[in-house]
Design a protein around this ligand. Structure first.
Ligand SMILES: Cc1cc2nc3c(=O)[nH]c(=O)nc-3n(C[C@H](O)[C@H](O)[C@H](O)COP(=O)(O)O)c2cc1C
Length: 218
């Protein structure tokens, strides 16, 4: 059993990365691989359709290597985050570059898939876009359109960049205040870390176990 996990988060050791590693570990698979897209060079699909006959993209970057890894894996877990409340561009680019695997054979068809999304806007805040849902929908759309077996998706609360910017709390563009109200402070909201939440850890472990079961035909 080989499970591939791909993270679109460029932040070192981010919630996105750590959650993905947790799920990979929980699969219990002998072969797992964690890929951080920011360590690779990958351009978006040119829509040239030169991949139709070959199932290979003509762009000479890391995209083909990553698509081959996805093709060789039994399961693919895609983890992204949500700048401006949609899926991040690296994750979207990676998904687009899996398009060559589609033509005439559906090379991802039937493979097990799952998603992880971190976002800063909590679902209870209905005044702002449903960031986590938007991100997860992008992953699910890809897996659905390729005929993959989507086992599940987990959303996690991540941090707005404002918690790291060092502002003295007066910034009129504060994302923290936009999301949590004008009186919100870093001290009050805190730095989100999913590992502080035992229920989330369990959810991640269960996703890993379910992926493994599904790969084994369960
Ligand atoms: C440039 C940037 C813009 C962001 N904009 C949003 C946003 O519009 N909505 C949202 O829910 N989260 C936003 N986030 C937060 C991310 O979705 C995510 O929660 C965070 O990057 C995860 O970081 P962490 O893993 O270090 O917690 C933004 C993050 C960055 C880096």
């Amino acid at each position: 059993m080989k499970i591939l996990g791909v993270s679109g988060s460029p932040i070192p050791d981010s919630n996105t990365d750590r959650a993905l590693k947790r799920v990979l570990q929980a699969t219990g698979a002998a072969k797992t691989e964690f890929i951080k897209l920011s360590d690779h060079t990958i351009a978006p699909c040119m829509a040239c359709l030169k991949c139709i006959e070959t199932n290979r993209c003509i762009i000479n970057d890391d995209g083909n290597k990553l698509a081959e890894k996805a093709y060789k894996a039994d399961a693919l877990i895609i983890a992204g985050f949500t700048p401006y409340s949609s899926i991040d561009s690296r994750t979207k680019t990676f998904i687009e570059r899996l398009y060559p695997l589609r033509h005439r054979h559906g090379l991802m068809q039937g493979k097990v898939g799952a998603g992880i999304i971190t976002c800063a806007i909590p679902p209870e805040n209905t005044e702002l876009p449903p960031a986590c849902d938007n991100g997860m929908q992008a992953i699910q759309n890809y897996m659905l359109e390729e005929g993959m077996d989507f086992v599940g998706g987990i959303t996690l609360r991540g941090n707005v960049p404002c918690v790291r910017c060092g502002d003295n709390g007066q910034c009129p563009m504060s994302g923290l205040k936009m999301i949590h109200g004008p009186g919100a402070t870093i001290a009050e909201i805190g730095i989100a870390n999913f590992a502080d939440d035992p229920a989330k850890l369990q959810e991640l472990d269960e996703l890993g176990q379910n992926i493994a079961k599904r790969v084994m035909g369960g």
